[in-house]
Design a protein around this ligand. Structure first.
Ligand code: FNR
Length: 366
């Protein structure tokens, strides 16, 4: 595949769809139930216009952000997605190398098909000599707190710099494409490696990720007492919960509806962002993911108050189309589009992206 002939995330998706087993394509592309929220995430950006300023730009546009002490060369992070070995043989090792090469932050999924220690080592080996790559760890709090403790220890030992706790999954979302395709388990030879031999007492045993509707704010308090790392919550959607999260001392929020894969018919994250900004009142940084496919989407999210965005499916499409190089090209295309959009908005950098640049618009992007 000549990756240089692909110019958009959507083109990467089309190539991925051609290459992948349709069962895996459906698993990745799909969402829960009627996929109303999957579409809403994309449409939400489409319904916003950008209103540029003129005669005040700069030839040097710094796109870097610093998040919890770690610098990323751009405000586009890799959101955690499971099972990368389904789409490319190197799996999360390829993703980690792509993130390190692009000098951005990878949020490693707990449901990774490569153990987080190996993911971190791959990132370090691929990073430029003077540069320490940043990995965060996405955690599903396990109701058995000894399991959670063991997972935190693994992530910390691997050098992860933050814990991103996904709180939108009291139960698993219902992806009906998976039901129809009878896709319930990883194929032989692949497993959630972070859960292998978790407590050191069962060689070869890989635990199932447990989800529990009985997790509570007490668990967040417990977590904060059991780690020195910044704790972000991913998947808070109600602005009142955003306020509660800040009161419980979380370090940041990743406004996410899990790419439309948990509760269907929740709003697009970009539509919730203004309310979140108001609820949080600048007390912690806000990140957002869901439906980011273009540099203009990134600019809209930043203008409305996010400090950075995450991309989920675009990275998986990149991996499927061309492994590490494919994921790297997706990141570089998004970086170029972001820089170009910043320039066209008459902005000198990210600080010039203010809410007045965004207006309601007619029309869908696709
Ligand atoms: C996800 N997502 C996800 N989130 C999480 O917290 N832990 C996980 O293991 C996964 N796994 C996962 C697998 C796949 C195939 C997808 C598509 C998504 C959700 C992910 O972090 C993110 O919120 C969305 O993917 C963002 O939306 P876009 O960028 O895919 O539109």
């Amino acid at each position: 595949m000549d990756l240089d002939s692909l110019f958009t995330v959507d083109e990467f998706e089309a190539v991925a769809q051609r290459k992948l087993d349709p069962v895996y394509y459906d698993y990745i592309a799909g969402g829960s139930r009627d996929e109303v929220t999957v579409r809403a995430n994309l449409d939400g950006f489409g319904r916003l216009s950008l209103l540029p300023r003129v005669l005040r730009g700069s030839a040097q546009r710094d796109l870097a952000v610093t998040l919890f002490g770690a610098r990323s060369s751009m405000p586009i992070l890799i959101s955690p997605t499971a099972f990368h070995r389904l789409v490319c043989t190197e799996g999360e090792l390829a993703t980690a190398r792509a993130a390190a090469r692009a000098d951005t932050i990878m949020i490693a999924s707990m449901a990774s098909t490569v153990a987080v220690g190996e993911v971190a080592a791959a990132a370090r080996a691929a990073a430029p000599a003077d540069h320490e790559p940043t990995l965060w760890f996405q955690l599903y709090l396990q109701p058995d707190l000894d399991d959670t403790t063991a997972l935190i220890a693994r992530a910390t030992k691997a050098g992860c710099k933050a814990l991103v706790v996904t709180v939108d999954s009291p139960v698993l979302g219902a992806n009906e494409r998976n039901h129809r395709n009878r896709f319930h388990d990883l194929p032989p030879g692949m497993a959630c490696e972070n859960l292998r031999n978790l407590r050191g007492d069962e060689p070869g045993n890989v635990r199932q990720i447990a989800m529990s509707p009985e997790l509570s704010w007490d668990h967040i308090d417990w977590l904060r007492e059991h780690t020195e790392l910044p704790v972000l919550l991913k998947g808070v959607l109600h602005p009142e919960d955003a306020r509660i999260a800040v009161d419980h001392g979380v370090s940041g929020l990743l406004l996410s509806n899990h790419g439309g894969r948990q509760l269907d018919t929740v709003p697009a994250t970009i539509d919730l962002l203004p309310e979140f900004v108001e609820a949080v009142g600048g007390r912690v940084p806000l990140l957002l993911d869901g439906g980011v496919r273009r540099g203009t989407d990134v600019v809209k999210a930043l203008a409305l108050g996010a400090v950075a965005v995450g991309v989920g499916r675009p990275i998986v499409w990149g991996l499927a189309a061309g492994g590490e190089d494919g994921a790297t090209r997706v990141l570089e295309l998004l970086r170029d589009e972001l820089d170009h959009t910043v320039a066209l908005c008459g902005a000198r950098g990210l600080a010039d992206l203010t809410p007045d640049l965004v207006r309601p618009a007619a029309g869908s992007r696709r």
